[in-house]
Design a protein around this ligand. Sequence first.
Ligand code: ATP
Ligand code: MG
Length: 774
Amino acid sequence: MQKYISQLNEAQQLPVLQKDGPMIVIAGAGSGKTRVLTVRIANLMSQGVDAFNILALTFTNKAAREMKKRIADIVGSNEAKNLWMGTFHSVFAKILRIESEKLGYPSNFTIYDTQDSVRLIGAIIKEMQLDKDIYKPKQILGRISSYKNSLITVKAYFNNPELQEADAMSKKPRMGEIYQQYVERCFKSGAMDFDDLLLKTNELLNRFPDVLAKYQDRFRYILVDEYQDTNHSQYLIVRALSDRFQNICVVGDDAQSIYAFRGANINNILNFQKDYESVQMYRLEQNYRSSKNIVEAANNVIDKNKTKLDKIVWTSNADGPKIKVHRSLTDSEEGRFVAATIFEEKMRNQMHNGEFAILYRTNAQSRAMEDALRKRDIPYRIYGGLSFYQRKEIKDVLSYLRLVINPKDEEALVRVINYPARGIGGTTIDKLTIAANHYKRSIFEVMEHIDKIDLKLNSGTKAKLTDFVNMIKSFQIINENQDAFYLTEHITKKTGLVQELKKDGTPEGIARIENIEELLNGIKDFTEGQKEIDGARGALAEFLEDVALATDLDKDTGDDDRVALMTIHLAKGLEFPHVFIVGLEEDLFPSAMSLNTRSELEEERRLFYVALTRAEHQAYLTYAQSRYRWGKLVDSEPSRFIEEIDSQYLEYLNPQDSGYRYKPLMDVDVFGDIDKSKLRLAKPKTGTPPAYLTQDQPNPTANIRRLKPMTSNAGSSNVVDANLAVGNIVMHERFGKGQIVNIEGIGADKKAEIRFDVGGLKKLLLRFAKLEVI
Ligand code: ATP
Ligand code: MG
């Protein structure tokens, strides 16, 4: 153990060596906060603290797994196995399962994911005959989520005239009713949504002193990573659990607080000292992650924020290369630059794909990056898009599994009751839903008693409903006798799901079957793993819980070598040798939606700080002068965040850019006397991106084609390749006929010199000039 402690600097050793009492470590990015937590846990164990008595809360389950692995390296894996580690959601979901009956939930409660919640809210809005353009399901869910995270229950909502007024003012006077309906429907379905996992834990600890005492006694040492992003609900759980022993260690960085929009409360850090007597505050100042240029540039940026704790971050690492700034014309070109740079670095410096990360503000930006990486055959992985488990065919299979575990699960039921089609129509489902609401029962229960309730269904329909009930019950019996893999395979066959997809026969259908096979592999892995651990049959319920709380980050085994693509929000806590921060444009990053108040802008700046501090060796800041957003091509200016970095740390890759604010698109002489305003890639009609040429994929046999504007289907590229040769006679939209006398430049910069019959010699940038070979 001593060895590991001596590998820490003095400041890092202090919070490791203080065994008891409350403590907070506030420190900048890359200063070893997470490492301190890891060594601290190992040290507690080496001093005789039972792993059972330690609870560590992390930002992702992957982070928890990695931490556990490191601790296992130090203290041995048998010891480390019993540690409670994971995200708030996964840890408290487990506790809720043990205690759920106290709250009136079955222990096999379902966890609704966001898709389930949004669909349910949509259904409620429809049933209440409200305007879904005013009551937007996603927005409503956001509101409900923020109530829950502030512990505002339905009852508390109706006791709070101010909240009701605020909703009425925003044209949603029936918000409270929706909230109430939603909560009731979830409860009736034996389901909790993500926020319930925290809300109900709070309820549990508040209402049942004996339960609170039990877990206080159990979790004698509590540690929280990324404390700056805990919300009120999480904060209260931590405070309640640590109240008895007060052995609580939280680490965080106020400058990296980036989840305020989801209710994270930076005051949790600021108030920590008030909440616990005799709290020890530690600061770490040395950054071990990044080169000096990056550390200083990041300091530059965060200095611009007014609301912050004063902190010093320095490093003894080498200066490293300057941060590279790259401007491109369009988002596709930005993608090509990133892909080309990765390609070159790999060739020149023998780097691995896994050493690169591409970080962006919004998920939509990944498309241009993906296109470019694919063209260069660079393997990549996107994190945080539609997760594997949310794909339609996977959710269909999972819905059957969920029904096996919890037949009350309404979202699962509605999803598969008539898929594959078995003649149970929408009207029937509506009748069932109304009856279920009336009797305050689940739809499944109504179906079980369909003979005793008069829903004016014909006997054929009733028989179909009974068949469905019996089929689910037969799956339940199998589940008691076989493992999850056997059951799932049986379900995919018995329900006709796979046959349905086979019938489809399209490539998409085949891909879906492959996904189901992949799911089966995953279940097999899981059941095998379970057997190893406790010799038991793989527990389906546990698998489903893992799935419900899985994020893409968790799936990453790190086995294969891929470039990582993710939003900055997801990149928290991670590090990569080379980091591209793309789309650094005003209104995109900082986001247009956060320019209203200073505090919103400061959150964007913290986000940029997080992004920049992920880089160990080289950071790239890229932006495009125009990009497609909401189906339109919009012009953009470089982000203010680039300017906020002292130019001594920057290297502008487009040389004329250094120290500039906003330059015209390109050198004037390139266009001859063309009206330049017409050349801007500005706002063509929606859906018709401009056609332009590129020489990325030369095709020696092709002569020039007239370029048709392509539709902006997601996935299709708006780049068309074509070839021109000296001597070609061409037609130009404005200048008429001419002959090519010279071609120079490559790729996006390729230009042709053309002698026009009228107007003489002109040099045109091919990407813009609409030429037709005649
Ligand atoms: P973030 O704020 O981004 O979460 P952090 O403060 O948690 O960062 P760590 O991830 O723990 O920082 O550490 C950053 C890097 O520095 C890691 O690669 C870690 O192994 C390394 N590191 C931390 N402390 C030391 C040390 N004393 N000696 C050498 N390397 C260290
Ligand atoms: Mg960390």
